[in-house]
Design a protein around this ligand. Structure first.
Ligand SMILES: [Zn+2]
Length: 93
């Protein structure tokens, strides 16, 4: 799959944050504790890449930007005690 390989090595043309409104609220105002042991969780920024926009997320800043390869940032939370890992989306439900 040569085409996919080209895409893999291609530079990102835009970036965004893959928050839903609910996740964004959680991100701003909540300090999550581990669902298993109650410890305060550590937030980490990660990203993945997509072709084009993801519907239902905050992508307004992409309106006039090429979206051939979009770098989406998202956040995960890890418990320092038991090692449990959750995405922001999972915790915000
Ligand atoms: Zn834990």
């Amino acid at each position: 799959m040569k085409q996919d390989k080209d895409w893999e090595s291609m530079k990102h043309t835009a970036f965004s944050y893959s928050f839903t409104p609910r996740e964004f609220f959680f991100f701003l105002f909540k300090k999550p504790k581990c669902p298993k042991c109650g410890e305060k969780m550590i937030r980490k920024k990660e990203f993945f890449s997509t072709k084009g926009k993801i519907p239902g997320t905050f992508t307004q800043e992409l309106a006039n930007v090429k979206d051939d390869k979009v770098k989406y940032y998202y956040y995960t939370y890890t418990c320092p005690v038991c090692g449990a890992k959750y995405t922001l989306g999972e915790l915000a439900q």
